[in-house]
Design a protein around this ligand. Sequence first.
Ligand SMILES: NC(=O)c1ccc[n+]([C@@H]2O[C@H](COP(=O)([O-])OP(=O)(O)OC[C@H]3O[C@@H](n4cnc5c(N)ncnc54)[C@H](OP(=O)(O)O)[C@@H]3O)[C@@H](O)[C@H]2O)c1
Length: 299
Amino acid sequence: MKILITGANGMLAKAVINEFKDCELICTDVSEVTNNVENINTTSVNNFQAVSKLDITNLEDVEAFVSKTKPEYIINCAAYTAVDKAEDEEELARKVNSIGPKNLSIVASKQDATLIHISTDYVFGGAKSIDEAYVEDDEKNPTTVYGITKLEGEKEITKNCNKYYIFRTAWLFGDGKNFVRTMLKLGEEKEEVNVVSDQHGSPTYTVDLAKVIHDAIEKQIPYGIYHATNEGFTTWYEFTRKIFEMENIKCKVNPVTSEEFPSKAKRPKNSKLSKEKLLNEGIHIPTYEDALKRYLQNS
Ligand SMILES: NC(=O)c1ccc[n+]([C@@H]2O[C@H](COP(=O)([O-])OP(=O)(O)OC[C@H]3O[C@@H](n4cnc5c(N)ncnc54)[C@H](OP(=O)(O)O)[C@@H]3O)[C@@H](O)[C@H]2O)c1
């Protein structure tokens, strides 16, 4: 199986590369914008060392790269993920989160490749009753530039190609800068921390999401949009308490409201995603507590 992984230096991509390490992988990322197709290095790798430059916002480059390397699957891990910064950088966020997936979907369709794309709970506004989890077809009402541009990316994919999986995930932790790592550091440094207790969702281990992607390909589940987070729901406050409990960190955790902890981008209060559709395809994903335990053991 030949797979192109974009955004290969990112947090999720590291887990995806590891999950698919026995496949023929072509890993790409952007570090500077290149318009020179001749300069693209098309190294195919069977490990995760070599990353070639490919800016997904440049259609010509994507077209040239994909027609040359001919992957059967494209796993798009590239994204503009700085949620607060996106409020001031709408144009760049739109280029990466909307134009990028558009380019990949056009090219995937031309080359008859399957596109696997990652989206987010932020496509929903979060206003749904906290007792209910969002299902895939629920009304979208993103309130942040990040959420709006990610939703645009989803729409481009569903318009431009037929062979796609879009996995909406949330609250990722893994090999990179993430909430768990931040809290572990704060917990060691401080005597108490304030953590938001009115945003509900599911922390998700990149390793488990990568496994879902693998299972979906292996089982050839129907193309479409799926919610894919770890099982179980919590709040950032309760999750922090769980992290400290597992690591025996004595730091006190104080619950605060979103209003008491303001951020530039307004986070959804309800980020709960129902996994029923994925479960109906026979794909199970572990609980976030189980995932956290494995993450802490491995890092
Ligand atoms: N992190 C979360 O909590 C979370 C939650 C829900 C959904 N998601 C989604 O999950 C996916 C993976 O997220 P992540 O946290 O692993 O992201 P990440 O660590 O920020 O990685 C994204 C990668 O994309 C690269 N990139 C940016 N612009 C690019 C371009 N024009 N062409 C090619 N590559 C480009 C970035 O490079 P630079 O670093 O050099 O810019 C980075 O290596 C994304 O689709 C994200 O929206 C994430």
